[in-house]
Design a protein around this ligand. Structure first.
Ligand code: EQ3
Length: 322
C-alpha cells in the first residue's frame, strides 16, 4: 500500500498528550489588542528575570533596520499605533513589510523594539494602559508552563503578527539573498546515539541537522517527503523543506535521548524518538522537550517526520502505544 501523508500524520498519535501551548495561545487570542501587547511585555519582562534571548547579529538586524528607523522617528502615539496595527494584523505598509519577514527576523525586530522600550525610547505599553483581569489570567496560565513552552508561546504570537502576506506573492521589500547565520552556542554533537534506535536515516538526520548541513538532511527524504513542524501543517517536497530549514532550523541543538522502532508488514518503519532541543535564541539555558515521529519507507528514506512539543518531561518516556 502506498504511504500517504494523511496516514503518516497519525502514527503514534495514541502516545501523544495534548500540549498546553495552543490553549494558552487561544486565551491570548481572545484579548483585545492593547491587552495582547501588554501581556507580551509583562510575560517577556517576567521571563527576562531568569532567561534572556541572545542579541541578534548585525546582519539580521539590518533586515529590520528600515522599519526600526521609521518607528524610532515617530511620536509615542504613532509608535503605539504601529504596535497595535502589528498585533491586529492590519493592512498598513509597516505591517505588510513585517509580514514578509522570516520568523527569526520578526523575533529580531521585536527584540530590538524591546531594547528601545527598556531604554525609554519607545513607549513600553500603550499610553495610559491599565492591566485587565484578562491579562492577569493569561499571565497566570503562562506561569504554569515550563520555559520551553513559554518561549514557544512568545514565538508563535510574534510570528502571527503583521499583515498576512501569504497570498501576495514574493516580497518587494529588500531581503538578504540568504538567511543570516546563527552563531552556534555549544559544540556540535557529532556522534549521535539514541537508546533503542539504529535506523541510519534517523541518526543521519540528527547528525546533519546538528551541523546545519540541510542538504545532507534533505537527501535523506523521499522526493515527496514531508516535515511537520510543531502546530503546523506538513511541509511537502524537498525544496519546500529545504527553504523552511534554512529559515528556521539554523543553529538548533538536537539531543534525542530514546526511541522505539516498529517495522511494518510492507517493510516501512515507524519510529518515535524523544529528547531535548535548544534554540540559538536561548542557547543552553532553555531545553524544549520534543518528540520526532518518523515514517521511513522500505528503501530507508524519510517519507514523513513530525516534530511535536511535549506536554511535560514525563512524556519523554511515553513511547509505547497502549
Ligand atoms: C517588546 C515586547 C516584549 C512587548 C511588545 O508589547 C510585544 C512583543 C512581541 C515584545 C517582544 C517579544 C520578544 C522579543 C520575544 C522573543 C521571543 C523569542 C526569541 C522566542 C524564541 C523561541 C524559539 C523557539 C520556541 C524555537 C523552537 C524550535 C524548535 C522546537 C525546532 C524544532 C525543529 C526540529 C527539532 C526539527 O527536527 C526540524 C526543524 C524544526 C525547526 C521544526
Amino acid at each position: 500500500m502506498a504511504l500517504t501523508i494523511q496516514s503518516a500524520q497519525t502514527i503514534f498519535s495514541n502516545t501523544q498528550v495534548p500540549s498546553p501551548i495552543p490553549a494558552t495561545i487561544a486565551l491570548f487570542d481572545q484579548l483585545n489588542v492593547d491587552d495582547q501587547l501588554a501581556y507580551l511585555w509583562y510575560a517577556y519582562t517576567e521571563m527576562g528575570k531568569t532567561i534572556t534571548p541572545a542579541a541578534p547579529g548585525v546582519a539580521r538586524l539590518q533586515l529590520a533596520e528600515s522599519l526600526l528607523t521609521q518607528i524610532k522617528q515617530m511620536s509615542r502615539e504613532e509608535q503605539t499605533k504601529v504596535m497595535r496595527d502589528l498585533a491586529s494584523r492590519a493592512d498598513t505598509p509597516i505591517s505588510r513589510s513585517y509580514g514578509f519577514f522570516s520568523v527569526n527576523t520578526k523575533l529580531a525586530f521585536w527584540f530590538e523594539l524591546g531594547e528601545l522600550m527598556k531604554q525609554g525610547i519607545i513607549a513600553p505599553i500603550p499610553v495610559g494602559y491599565q492591566m485587565s483581569p484578562g491579562v492577569k489570567f493569561v499571565l497566570e496560565a503562562t506561569q504554569k508552563l515550563d520555559q520551553g513552552q513559554q518561549i514557544t508561546v512568545l514565538r508563535n504570537t510574534v510570528v502571527d503578527m503583521g499583515f498576512d502576506t501569504s497570498d501576495l506573492g514574493p516580497s518587494s521589500y529588500p531581503k538578504a539573498a540568504t538567511e543570516p547565520a546563527f552563531q552556534r552556542t555549544s559544540p556540535v554533537i557529532s556522534s549521535v546515539k539514541i537508546d533503542g534506535i539504529t535506523e541510519p536515516a534517523v541518526l543521519g538526520y540528527i547528525e546533519a541537522m546538528n551541523a546545519d548541513k540541510f542538504d545532507d538532511a534533505i537527501a535523506l527524504f523521499t522526493t515527496d517527503g514531508a516535515l511537520q513542524p510543531p502546530f503546523q501543517k506538513p511541509i511537502i517536497g524537498r525544496e519546500a523543506i529545504a527553504k523552511y530549514m534554512r529559515e528556521e532550523a539554523q543553529g538548533l541543538n538536537m539531543m534525542p535521548q530514546q526511541g522505539i522502532c516498529e517495522v511494518q508488514p510492507d517493510g516501512s518503519k515507524q519510529l518515535k524518538v524523544t529528547g531535548v532541543v535548544q534554540t540559538p535564541w536561548f542557547g543552553v539555558t532553555v531545553g524544549m522537550n520534543i518528540s520526532w515521529r518518523f515514517l521511513i519507507n522500505p528503501d530507508g528514506k524519510i517519507f514523513f517526520v513530525a516534530i511535536d512539543m511535549l506536554a511535560s518531561p514525563q512524556e519523554l518516556m511515553n513511547l509505547r502505544r497502549v
